[in-house]
Write a protein that binds this ligand. Sequence first.
Ligand code: AMP
Length: 393
Amino acid sequence: MNSGSSSVKYQLLDMRDGARLAMGLVERIGERTSRLKHTPAGRESRERDEPIADHEAALKAVARELAADGLGLDSPELAAIGHRVVHGGRRFTEPTVIDEAVLAEIERLIPVAPLHNPANLTGIRTAHTLRPDLPQVAVFDTAFHTTMPESAARYAIDVETADAHRVRRYGFHGTSHAYVSRATAELLGRRPEDVNVIVLHLGNGASASAVRGGRCVDTSMGLTPLEGLVMGTRSGDMDPAVIFHLMRVGGMSADEIDTLLNKKSGLIGLCGDNDMREIRRRVDEGDERAALAFDIYIHRLKKYIGAYYAVLGRVDALAFTAGVGENASAVREAAVAGLEQLGLAVDSGLNAARGEGPRLISPAGARVAVAVVPTDEELEIATQTYALVAKNG
Ligand code: AMP
């Protein structure tokens, strides 16, 4: 389960083979026009537009849909419910069975994840009321990044101030970076312990990570998901003094700047579109604003590839994932263009070809493998959850 402030995404998986039995999404919870979209495996989606007051009503509606497919939540075969939790701070380095103490700690982290952790908590509490007998497991977006050394995790600011307010780099999208770095090693036919991978998770939110032998050593998101790459609506890196300038000279409030940088910046701020398909269409038509937005996006991406190459020293693979990374061949081509000296290149035929699973797009015999590796955060959450529950008996 992936609970947002006004939405719940869910999947039901059979962990004997990882098969997806059903998936769906409840949107606009608490509004007058809520929507539930439920898709049983191999069958047509069903959509319902009806008011859904809160997360409890949402989960009950989901339970009804599942029951209609013969997959009731009361099934004795249901082994556990895994929840995506965005912020696990420094303490949660592994998936964790949820109890009162864990709930309290997730709650204590709300100041560093004010939008996400409260929604995740609501989802956990609601799922518990429906099946109090089942283990509920928290899988943290930050967990994979807790292996970062202090040199990468600390900002160079006064240590006492930073520690008093828990200001440090936590990183996000960890479930995806973990899954994709492992799947990339598998694609190369090698053990994760033996390979160094740069993962580029390019979706509407975007982050890069440097993974040495299966452990994350650096990632581009920081205290919050705002740092790093240019994203659909987030600025990524900039001089922090931009904020003081906008306050002092622009007369903007902290909340206004928060909204500006998280929701009205990045690709949408630069050219009015955040969908890479639309941006590429405009670029092809000669639209200059779209072309500049694309160039800024690629420039930042290249800087991170170079930085993480230097951090790792030796790179075995560069993996592209998420909506943009998996689909936008123009982004992949532009991101590695000119990096031949680093052993990085794409074969234009392989890069342009459509494909389903993980695949190589670098030329035969390339020093560094370049790959497209579709992410599957839900499968990773379910896999980690099931492994923990199975271990605990
Ligand atoms: P995600 O957050 O991983 O779901 O990625 C969503 C983003 O992927 C969208 O905003 C689009 O920019 C991008 N995207 C999805 N499909 C394509 C495609 N076929 N070509 C280019 N970009 C795409």
